[in-house]
Design a protein around this ligand. Sequence first.
Ligand code: 5GP
Length: 195
Amino acid sequence: MRELYEKIREEGEILSDHVLKVDRFLNHQVDPVLMMQIGEKFADIFRDERITKVLTLESSGISPALMTAYVLNVPLLFARKRKSLTLQHSLYTAKVYSFTKQEETEISVSQSFLDQNDRVLIIDDFLANGQAALGLVQVVQQAGAEVVGIGIVIEKAFQDGGELLRSSGFRVVSLARIASLEGGQLQFLEEVMNK
Ligand code: 5GP
């Protein structure tokens, strides 16, 4: 997706060989025009899947997931990372090890909002080792619902998550795939393959 590639090139900050910071348009300040383009793209790709719900993980997945849900005209559901006073009973839960925070958290979704009739599109901002996506898959499976696809804004293709999810049979679509961040140089997978 050209607009996303340009944004990553212009505004992304390479923090290390493994971490890209995109606080200028996705993870802190949010570019709503780009988010809508992302939403339209995911909606186009998954339009025939009879999706009933878009599921993400708070907080950075919410903006692309909301736009996707808006275009598909279905609800957005986000898993919570912290227990809240109003969300304590009848939960689907999964443990997720966070790549960026290096700690395990329990994510949860109320059983009121997901059941065996749901066809779910999972959306997240980044794919690294696949733990966040796998946690969301577990939540969907606990509900007896079906994961019809996983949409990722930025996949770091040099980490294991993409292979893990695809080899488990999930349809994973990433709008930007990064081959490498080594030495402060960002290379998209597409560019490396076309060389
Ligand atoms: P995974 O669970 O696939 O290992 O990591 C995905 C999650 O970690 C995403 O939800 C995202 O919030 C965070 N994450 C992983 N790698 C990066 C990165 O390079 N930059 C940013 N900003 N977040 C990341």
